[in-house]
Ligand binder design. Structure first.
Ligand SMILES: [Zn+2]
Length: 355
């Protein structure tokens, strides 16, 4: 490295040893710096975390949802302490199954409460991720009025600001972008704007885009817009992909998209469907593109004590044993629940042709 360095000319042996030592220290420090720079992180409600420390992860769940609509929702609608009391035991349950991280997918104007999440994370010891973005599905009733008049660039500026400054003055940062589109054959103007804003936000922040989507038509429509904006498929989680065809799962996964099968229920017919979908992906060597979760929880604001709360453990109690009976190895399960979430939620800009 420094063999031709001018410092070596006219030096004695001791000085040469000294320079060799300096050279070794420099090379070591450059190597260490390189490693640190390459370290992949995710963003939890308690701050950044090395992705490799995520452990077993539930990639799509909810603690609280307020369906009243963007015009009427707000923190006055629920008692944070009561919600916490109701939800905490369910988090303690998943610890028994080795879960270390949970991705909480409730967006703003639908019950997102960063302080509730941070407190639950502290009390349970589970890493929790929250999000930025707007939820357009159900005909935009969870979209705030100002968003209709704003451009994709203006919406992206708001979401980028949440990444840079934290959510609503809490200092808590989002760990991904959550949007939602309706299930029709074409995207509405509003929903096309949401995915474009999500693309711009991704390029500025490296946050992964999780889009409530369902069937394959709106999925492919969103993928087209990502392509126009230069965002690679690896930056996109096709949420509720269980509503898409088996063929489209394969096509999406081959392109690099995260295929999220995220509505696991205990009844045997639905468990059978999940086994079939996962066997299909395994047979096509595509398990490295799959995310799996329950879309469970849901303290329902407005119902006594939050109403019926779905637990987060069916995957471990029923689905995984069923997968084991169908040829899935421990390594397959680890791929889906540990490795894939690390890669999916790592903060990293994924541009087309520049992975
Ligand atoms: Zn959900």
């Amino acid at each position: 490295m420094f063999k031709n360095c001018i410092l070596f000319s006219g030096t004695n042996k001791i000085q040469k040893y000294y320079f060799v030592l300096i050279e070794m220290i420099l090379i070591t420090s450059l190597f260490v710096t390189g490693c640190v720079q390459k370290k992949q992180i995710i963003m939890t409600v308690s701050g950044p975390l090395p992705a490799q420390d995520m452990g077993t992860t539930l990639a799509h769940e909810h603690f609280l949802v307020d369906f009243i609509g963007a015009g009427s929702t707000g923190y006055h609608r629920w008692d944070r302490n009561k919600v916490e009391e109701r939800v905490l035991p369910y988090l303690m349950d998943i610890k028994d199954y080795g879960v270390k991280t949970l991705v909480e997918c409730t967006p703003a104007y639908l019950g997102r409460d960063p302080l509730l999440l941070k407190s639950l994370s502290r009390k349970s010891g589970i890493n929790i991720l929250t999000n930025t973005g707007f939820y357009g599905a159900r005909d935009n009733i969870f979209i705030p009025n100002f968003a209709f008049a704003e451009s994709a660039e203006q919406l992206a500026d708001r979401w980028i600001n949440e990444w840079e400054e934290g959510l609503e003055g809490t200092g808590i940062k989002p760990g991904f972008i959550k949007i939602a589109v309706d299930a029709g054959d074409t995207l509405s103007v509003m929903h096309a704007k949401l995915i474009r804003a999500a693309a711009l936000t991704h390029l500025a922040t490296g946050l992964t885009i999780m889009s409530h989507t369902g069937p394959e038509k709106p999925f492919f429509n969103q993928l087209d817009i990502l392509e126009q904006e230069g965002v690679a498929p690896e930056a996109f989680i096709w949420t509720h992909a269980q509503r898409g065809t088996r063929t489209s799962h394969i096509e999406a996964a081959k392109q690099g998209v995260w295929v999220s099968l995220d509505n696991v229920f205990p009844d045997s017919a639905r468990i059978g469907e999940y086994v079939d979908m996962l066997v299909n992906l395994k047979q096509n060597n595509l398990l490295h593109r799959v995310l799996l979760s329950h879309d469970a929880g849901w303290y329902h604001v407005g119902e006594p004590n939050g109403g019926n709360f779905r637990e987060f453990i069916i995957l471990f109690k029923i689905l995984i044993p069923a997968l084991s009976n169908n040829g899935f190895t421990d390594q397959d399960i680890r791929q889906i629940l540990v490795i894939n979430p690390q890669k999916a939620f790592t903060i990293k800009v994924r541009r087309i042709n520049n992975m």
